[in-house]
Design a protein around this ligand. Structure first.
Ligand code: ADP
Ligand code: MG
Length: 248
């Protein structure tokens, strides 16, 4: 009997990215297995956002390879749109459609991109709004919700596409402090449900509690790749020690 080894959910191999002369991602190699929660830490400008954007091809790369669930991401075209739908992304700014209701925001992409029938999209959207604790706001408009509620809607909207992977780029950085936890709670729930997640955050409590793995980036490189326990108690590199000294 042969044992099939599942492809990693996210795979980056020798990825390089330049903005002009600036080398922003330097030979990034990374494999994230199915169901793993990876927190990406690092100082501002280290390439964290660019890595997230490269993973779903919002940002073209100069060399290397990126694959999601064993399928290499093509540079463009229909195949790219389909694969990009497998990767849900949540940003610091929620980017909800201001003139659509919460329910409509969550239904939109499944109907337009996945061609899901309206009734089914509505049912799924309501289930997801329930899951992020906001079903009672379904008929309101984004501006009527708090920042924390809007970010939870943004998570529901990303989940509506039934992604295989969720990328979070500083999802709580724009929130008032009292709203941070409600968003982290939703993310922790997703992690417990087995979602594969890559999370850029400065929330060290979340990193310690929810991450299976911490990646520390500096100057476009992965400098440390270890467990949260190891990273926070025994950082190896001077750059990580310096970073932790500033934030803890
Ligand atoms: P981080 O998310 O870790 O703060 P980024 O990935 O946003 O870092 O940025 C990495 C580097 O790339 C920074 O030096 C930043 O100024 C630069 N950069 C990011 N986006 C662009 C862009 N569109 N054009 C030029 N430089 C960029
Ligand atoms: Mg960033």
């Amino acid at each position: 009997m042969t044992t099939e080894v599942a492809a990693p959910m996210i795979k980056a191999a020798a990825v390089n990215k330049y903005f002009g002369d600036l080398h922003v991602l330097k030979e990034i190699t990374l494999e994230v297995p199915r169901g793993q929660v990876v927190v990406v830490l690092g100082p501002s400008g280290s390439g964290k956002s660019t890595l997230c954007r490269a993973i779903n091809r919002l940002e073209p790369i100069n060399s290397g390879e990126i694959a999601v669930d064993g399928v290499a991401l093509p540079a463009e075209g229909k195949a790219l749109a389909a694969l990009r739908a497998d990767v849900g992304m949540v940003f610091q700014s929620f980017n909800l459609f201001a003139h659509k209701t919460i329910l409509e925001n969550v239904m939109l992409a499944p109907v337009k991109v996945r061609k899901t029938a309206g009734a089914e999209a509505r049912k799924t959207a309501m289930e997801l709004l329930e899951r992020v604790g906001i079903a009672n706001q379904a008929d309101k408009y984004p501006a009527q919700l708090s920042g924390g509620q809007q970010q939870r809607v943004a998570i529901a909207r990303a989940l509506a596409m039934r992604p295989k992977v969720m990328l979070f780029d500083e999802p709580t950085s724009a929130l008032d402090p009292e709203m941070v936890q409600e968003v982290l709670d939703v993310m922790t729930g997703l992690a417990k449900d087995g979602m594969t997640m890559l999370v850029v955050t400065h929330e060290m409590g979340f990193a310690r509690r929810a991450a299976d793995r911490v990646i520390f980036m500096a100057d476009g490189e992965i400098v440390e790749d270890t467990t949260p326990e190891e990273f926070f108690t025994k950082p190896k590199s001077d750059r990580a020690k310096d970073f932790l000294g500033k934030i803890l």
